[in-house]
Design a binder for this molecule. Structure first.
Ligand SMILES: [Zn+2]
Length: 557
């Protein structure tokens, strides 16, 4: 009797020792983290279409994951570059520095994008086009911390149709950030990451992987044609034509599968990280608005595409070895005409018209005709410092004058750069959102406080307000450390990186201010509960979180 008991005890001891905690970046638990960011996916969409989702896509998160229903960005600059930076730095623009997609550069006297970088060149298309990098980012990302913790052993990649949405989530130390050439759809990168495309990527482009999505009909479930991906005027424009259909998501997932397979993600000695930003929702959403039949069809198509991709991950790596996260970079406003029909005050006016009105007002009040605001990205006004020189106006006075002109042209209020830099704002929830939006990039500027449901678009709709339709986004986790359930507690996108860093046992990104979402963490498993499912390369994970039918759809690759 003694020997069997001893060996049984030894067995338990071995299990305990081999499984000191449920996760650690240092021993590849999990093997791979995939963060899916849907560009312009509002927090209410998941509930709106829940009944029509199938198994294994969004419902992997809703039914088998930890789903936070009340996640809001606590800032005013709800757009793509800030949103993607926020998710992976765990900080707001006052920490990571990326407050808008582009800003006025007083030295270059033109608008520059948040990622353009004179020191780099594009890689993957002929010519010497300017490249891009995260050089304007002022904080580390989750990927950077993972790299630091594992002495570079972790593999980190970012994918999107858009440069900024691939680059910022991936961070400084990424092995690659890949986005597309808008004209042809070919996947590219920049010399910041590498001098040449890897061979598998060159092959992917050479195989006309993008072209197969041109001249296709996108139909809804009733067979109605919603869009045709035609080439306009004989000129290819992959970004606009394919980009506004679910084919763009198919294309991104084709690329993601190739990357995971060729780079052997999830097979190394430590945890790997992949971020995938799906751009199609945003490109379509701006044109047709959140309440259109097209956006519903897009969400339902995306549901199946996610299910197929997760099934691929299950086959390739085993879902028990993967953590999945779902979120978005911002929401979107209803189309003004749609809101106005319900008697909600709503309006859209073109940026250039607003800019002209603003300069007219300033020319009158300052007594001198000039282009004081050379660039207006509603509700951001970028000032030309030189226009104020003859008036001997200092930054504070110039910005205040522009702010007052913004108020005369329909804004409810304003915050100036100099005011935000000093933290000189009223003690209010609204002011806090603008403090979080501050960045030292971009010279002099003023951020207007827009009335709700107003925007720059005369047709279609937009985002970039501090209101819930723009701030409310999904935040959901799937994987062994998470206790499945619906969580209606306060959450913010800055919690994502902090929660994952804590679970991985690594430092949070440098400027992170989020919290660990402890209410959604599963209790640590004990050896007595049985063998560690993370050691098993094949699915399923524990029955409770194994969606039925998920692996029956396998076989697309
Ligand atoms: Zn976006």
């Amino acid at each position: 009797m003694r020997l069997p008991l001893r060996s049984a005890l030894l067995g338990v001891l071995c299990l305990v020792l081999s499984n000191p905690s449920f996760a650690s970046a240092y021993n590849a638990r999990p093997k791979l983290i995939v963060i899916i960011v849907i560009d312009q996916f509002r927090g209410d969409y998941l509930e709106r279409y829940r009944d029509q989702f199938g198994e294994g896509g969004f419902r992997l998160f809703l039914d088998h994951g930890a789903n936070f229903t009340e996640c809001n960005y606590n800032y005013a600059s709800t757009m793509t570059a800030p949103g993607h930076s926020t998710l992976l730095t765990g900080a707001y623009p006052n920490g990571h520095g990326i407050m808008t997609n582009s800003w006025w550069d007083p030295q270059k006297r033109r608008s520059v994008t948040a990622v353009e970088d004179d020191a780099t060149r594009l890689v993957g298309i002929p010519g010497e086009a300017q490249g891009a990098s995260p050089h304007n980012l002022m904080a580390s990302t989750l990927g950077d911390e993972l790299k630091l913790a594992t002495q570079g052993k972790a593999r980190v990649f970012g994918i999107s149709l858009k440069d900024r949405a691939a680059i910022f989530p991936a961070g400084f130390s990424a092995d690659g950030a890949y986005w597309i050439d808008g004209k042809t759809g070919a996947f590219v990168t920049s010399t910041y990451y590498r001098a040449q495309l890897p061979k598998w990527m060159q092959d992917f482009n050479d195989q006309k992987s993008a072209e197969k999505y041109l001249n296709r009909e996108w139909k809804d479930s009733d067979g109605h044609v919603l869009r045709v991906t035609t080439v306009k005027d004989g000129r290819p424009d992959f970004f606009e034509s394919v980009g506004s259909t679910p084919f763009a998501n198919d294309y991104e997932f084709d690329f993601a599968r190739a990357l995971i397979t060729q780079e052997r993600l999830g097979s190394g000695p430590v945890t790997d990280l992949l971020t995938i930003s799906l751009s199609a929702n945003d490109i379509l959403g701006h044109a047709v608005g959140p309440d259109s039949v097209e956006m519903k069809a897009m969400a339902l198509a995306q549901d199946r595409q996610l299910a197929e991709f997760f099934s691929f991950l299950g086959q390739q790596i085993g879902l028990a070895n993967v953590w999945l996260v779902l979120s978005a970079d911002h929401g979107v406003a209803p189309v003004p005409k749609v809101a106005a029909k319900l008697h909600i005050p709503a309006a859209g006016l073109d940026d250039e018209k607003r800019q002209a009105l603003l300069n007219q007002t300033l020319s009158t009040t300052l007594g001198k005709k000039a282009g004081y605001v050379p660039k207006f990205d509603y509700p951001f006004a970028w000032l030309d410092q030189r226009a104020f020189t003859p008036l001997k106006m200092k930054e504070e006075d110039a910005e205040r004058a522009v702010g007052e002109a913004l108020k005369q042209n329909g804004m409810r209020g304003y915050f100036t750069r100099s005011q935000l830099a000093k933290g000189d704002v009223p003690n209010s929830e609204l002011a806090l959102k603008y403090l979080h939006s501050y960045s030292p990039h971009g010279g002099w500027y003023v951020i207007g406080v827009p009335p709700p449901f107003t925007m720059s678009a005369e047709e279609g709709t937009d985002h970039l307000s501090p209101y819930t339709y723009d701030t409310h986004v999904p935040l959901a986790f799937y994987g062994l450390p998470f206790q499945p359930g619906t969580y209606r507690t306060h959450a913010e996108p800055i919690d994502l990186a902090v929660t994952l860093a804590s679970l991985l046992g690594i430092n949070a990104p440098t400027h992170a201010t989020g919290r660990v979402l402890t209410e959604a963490l599963a209790p640590p498993r004990h050896a007595a509960a049985g063998p560690d499912p993370q050691m098993d390369h094949s699915p399923p994970p524990p029955a409770k979180i194994q969606p039925s039918g998920l692996f029956r759809q396998a076989g697309t690759n």
